[in-house]
Design a binder for this molecule. Structure first.
Ligand SMILES: O=C(O)COP(=O)(O)O
Ligand SMILES: [Mg+2]
Length: 260
């Protein structure tokens, strides 16, 4: 598959165009703490989407003759994209689903999520104020999500978030998803920055591993999903309580570097 980029050409208008080779700096300048670009995870970071994800997953299970699962259980299956969500949800009872079941489940899940996407999803507290604060710092902002383009773009619009972002890289934009660093490199290229100039803000191990592999600073939020594990175990630069606090962390880090 040819790598593709998702980029916004003007507010609310996203286009996909062919990618150049991702930038891969060999020795990122980790001592430079100025962030002209901020990359955000979506599910569990900007938006609490688990009610809709769980409703769609349970509707799929019902279609396939399986009992519904608690939302908290389904939250532990979120993070590595839709295919993994379906495989994990269908395999909950301990027997891995067959390829045929996964294919049927994927189609059913996507039909249900198309109808449910955004219905019960909510912005986390501090998201809008935090995005405004980052913009006041002069940063360009991007979303890097494992959610598919078909679902991520309308959701950003519905939640009135699309106007904040100069680029949106989704789970099907590149050949590989997080925890691979490829979508992060793509987002940096769209923003016109190097990975060492970016700060990644996410909620899960997939974000932490992708950012570390890309040579980026990374912050974790404790309120997301992280596949059921506490964020305290994540390899990140700091854990912050909100996007507002993340903006403050970035401002403090920049001013400390400037005065060092
Ligand atoms: O789609 C997923 O599995 C998770 O999406 P995210 O990368 O925005 O957290
Ligand atoms: Mg997430």
């Amino acid at each position: 598959m040819t790598p593709a980029w998702g980029t916004r050409t003007r507010p609310g208008n996203f286009t996909i165009h062919p990618a150049a080779d991702p930038v891969r700096p060999l020795s990122p300048a980790r001592d430079t703490m100025h962030f002209p670009g901020i990359l955000f995870d979506l599910d569990g970071t900007l938006l609490d989407t688990i009610p809709d994800l769980a409703d769609a997953a349970n509707a799929m299970r019902q279609d396939m003759g399986l009992a519904p699962l608690a939302q908290d259980i389904i939250a532990t299956y979120v993070g590595k994209g839709v295919e993994q969500l379906v495989i994990r949800t269908l395999g909950h009872e301990g027997t891995p689903a067959s390829v045929d079941m996964v294919m049927r489940g994927l189609a059913r899940y996507q039909d249900h999520y198309r109808a449910l996407n955004g219905q019960r999803s909510r912005l986390y507290p501090g998201v809008l104020a935090g995005l405004e604060a980052f913009r006041e710092q002069g940063a360009r902002l991007a979303v890097v999500t494992n959610k598919g383009t078909e679902f991520a773009i309308p959701l950003l619009r519905q939640m009135s978030l699309d106007g904040y972002f100069d680029a949106v890289v989704c789970g099907d934009t590149c050949e590989r998803k997080k925890p691979d660093p490829m979508p992060l490199f793509h987002a940096c290229d769209l923003l016109g920055i190097t990975p060492a100039q970016a700060l990644f803000i996410g909620d899960s191990i997939n974000d932490a591993l992708a950012a570390n592999a890309a040579g980026m600073r990374v912050l974790a939020l404790p309120y997301g999903y992280n596949e059921g594990h506490p964020v305290q175990s994540l390899p990140v630069d700091a854990i912050v309580d909100s996007i507002v606090e993340a903006a403050q962390w970035a401002a403090d880090a920049t001013s400390q570097t400037e005065h060092a």
